[in-house]
Design a protein around this ligand. Structure first.
Ligand SMILES: [Cu+2]
Length: 659
């Protein structure tokens, strides 16, 4: 039976006013009634109660083969997966929403912890602020109004301390809000923090490293705090003949692209079933794509900072840290918005109003152009792209996550970062101070008394590619310089040398300028009209590598960042590059562990894991907020088509001035 929840009359569809039922899909996220039902089943079975938050409750996706075989009108199996920690044990439950039965229970051992939820964060702040030792530390710093504080419960990785192995802990330091009531990360109360057990609600320790002056300057981001506003006429994107975006339930079609999307507490937005309409035939490109981990290690050895090495996605979740979107700034005025539904720790369903925006925009450049210098014939086609965006605010950071589909047949994942630098309170007010050298050892001053601590951002993108079918192989066309024979007019040229990945243990790659190669995923079953296996190439942009030694505890937990690309055979339980539970995890979880057994990756269902990173050395311009910058990776068709797919573009997308 098709579950029809709404009837949508799509008057935009191909200009013929087709009335269609909203299409339901087996990968649709849990709906509100399903979330409530799953939580009730868990409560009735005694697995959760008022004191036991549900740490995660999301769709348990059906088996991949069943999803691929599914057609509109078929039954949709519906299952949920829940994570609950009770009596210091992490348990996962699979709940069948049709039968109302719990069909699987698994106990997940190890120091790794499920993500920290917002209710726990609020509780930890209360515990910290009401603790006597914390209060006396605050008084020592002249802070007596404990209501004018914000405290940040931070996950702290795993450095081998006994409490990190079995307890669910956060380290909580505070910020003074008296001069910064609306910019909570601006005025750190340095050198004072509590270690708190989130389950027993105990304060395990309070550490006071000595008084550092707290900045008294206001760093408001409100317009009235700006020195001067330079007015500029508004610039808008318009589609005078109507939008080209068609949204049906959680299915989206635009130009030749078709895909499905769903919200997930941990990953945020997941795109699935990405297909390209090749002159009437839908061809598979990507079964599923999502960010699988973020790793942000700070490079400061001091007692109050050494533990700051976050796995933002596994520690907190990107869906759970959703941010509202600002029309006209975050998304252009022509954007379409979607409201996902997400479970809350009490087992209710929250409507996340307009947290996803979808928009099409001209890039201001041509997709292709040519001027025929003899005949004067001039041809150009405007480049337009579709962007699907959501934003997560993980503490002081705002991350912008984009899937970009363009009219060249390219698919790009674009990742932006903005927000506040994580600042450390220091005594120095400028480089003239005697303490400046010591105070800036781990990061420069960004304002008087505030050092922006140096750090990295690494992101792992999981790409379950299915180029023209499930069976694919990963190919490197290595560009190799070859010395030429003495009778050649050339001494040296470069040629390509094909290398096919055989096992996942070998298929770990780094970007090189010295030994470059073209990275491609080929179909094992389909060729284009010239006889080439159809494929997509990965086109990396700027990237970075970890600079620290592999035995440094933070990096040992985040082994996935040691390579830019990993290729693994598809497994439905290998989803998160830093391990199933990356919060407080032991070293070696995730990709390094999975790829230790030489599993075949040739002509089988494969998954690519791309790591994108950058080093952040703050500057004065990064304060009081720093400007959004993007990094990206592009999947580009390579022998996938029989010619340039952009030969179908209309000459101009501008409105005709004719009658
Ligand atoms: Cu940064």
């Amino acid at each position: 039976m098709i579950r029809i929840t709404a009837i949508v009359f799509s008057l935009l569809a191909v200009g013929c006013g087709i009335a269609s039922a909203e299409v339901r899909h087996p990968l649709d996220a849990l709906e509100a009634d399903e979330i409530v039902r799953a939580a009730a089943i868990l409560r009735a079975a005694g697995h959760s109660d008022e004191a036991t938050p549900i740490l995660s409750l999301v769709l348990e996706a059906p088996e991949k083969g069943a999803v691929l075989a599914w057609k509109t009108g078929d039954n949709i199996p519906r299952q949920a997966r829940a994570v609950i920690r009770k009596d210091r044990v992490n348990r996962e439950f699979v709940i069948d929403l049709v039968s109302g039965q719990i069909v699987d229970v698994a106990t997940i051992a190890g120091p790794g912890q499920p993500p920290v939820v917002f209710d726990e964060i609020l509780a930890a702040i209360d515990i910290a602020v009401s603790n006597e030792a914390m209060q006396s530390g605050l008084k020592k710093r002249g802070i007596t109004d404990f209501a004018a504080l914000f405290c940040a419960p931070r996950t702290g990785g795993n450095f081998g301390a006994p409490f990190e192995q079995s307890r669910r802990v956060v380290k909580v330091d505070c910020f003074d809000l008296s001069n910064n009531p609306k910019n909570i990360f601006a005025a750190p109360i340095e050198g004072l923090f509590a270690i708190i057990d989130l389950e027993s609600k105990e304060v395990l320790d309070v550490i006071d490293l000595g008084v550092v002056p707290v900045t008294q300057t206001s760093y408001s981001l409100d317009p009235d705090a700006q020195e001067k506003i330079r007015e500029l006429n508004p610039v808008n994107i318009v589609a005078p003949q109507g939008s080209n975006i068609h949204v049906d339930g959680w299915n989206v079609s635009w130009q030749n692209w078709r895909f499905h999307m769903r919200w997930d507490m941990r990953a945020g937005l997941i795109v699935s079933m990405v297909q390209y309409d090749d002159r009437g035939t839908l061809r598979n490109v990507l079964y599923q794509g999502n960010l699988s981990e973020i790793y942000v290690p700070y490079q400061d050895t001091s007692e109050g900072w050494y533990y700051r090495n976050y796995m933002d996605e596994g520690d907190y979740g990107l869906g759970t840290t959703h941010s509202p979107l600002v029309p006209g700034a975050d998304c252009p005025n022509n954007a379409v918005y979607k409201t996902p539904v997400m479970a809350n720790p009490a087992g209710g369903a929250d409507q996340l109003s307009d947290r996803i925006c979808i928009f099409e925009q001209p890039t201001g450049s041509a997709t292709w152009r040519h001027y025929d210098i003899l005949t004067g014939d001039l041809n150009a086609r405007p480049n337009v792209e579709l962007v699907v965006r959501f934003i997560a605010t993980v503490g002081n950071y705002d991350y912008v996550f984009d899937w970009v589909f363009d009219n060249k047949g390219q698919l790009t994942y674009r990742l932006g970062a903005s927000g506040l630098d994580a600042v450390k309170g220091v005594a120095s007010r400028s480089l003239d101070d005697k303490s400046a050298a010591a105070d800036t050892a781990f990061g420069p001053l960004v304002a008087p008394g505030l050092a922006g601590i140096q750090h990295d951002h690494f992101f792992s993108l999981r790409l379950d590619v299915d180029i023209d079918g499930r069976e694919n192989r990963f190919v490197r066309d290595k560009l190799v310089a070859r010395r030429q024979p003495s009778d050649s007019k050339r001494k040296s040229i470069w040629q390509t040398e094909r290398d096919v990945a055989d096992t996942d243990s070998n298929a770990k790659y780094r970007l090189h300028l010295e030994n470059p190669s073209l990275w491609r995923v080929e179909s094992s079953s389909r060729e284009n009209y010239l006889g080439y296996a159809t494929s997509f190439a990965l086109k990396p942009a700027a990237n970075a590598r970890p600079l620290v030694d592999e035995d440094d505890p933070p990096l040992a937990r985040a082994g996935f960042v040691n390579y830019h690309l990993w290729v693994t055979p598809y497994r439905d339980d290998e989803l998160w590059a830093g391990g199933h539970y990356s919060n407080q995890s032991a070293p070696g979880q995730g990709l390094p562990e999975w790829t230790s057994e030489n599993r075949n990756v040739e002509d089988t269902d494969i998954v690519l894991w791309y790591t994108l990173g950058f080093h952040h050395v703050p500057s004065t311009e990064d304060w009081p907020v720093y400007n959004l910058g993007f990094n990206a990776i592009t999947l580009r068709p390579y022998n996938f088509f029989d010619q340039n797919p952009a030969m179908d573009l209309p000459e101009s997308l501008h409105q005709s001035s004719g009658p």
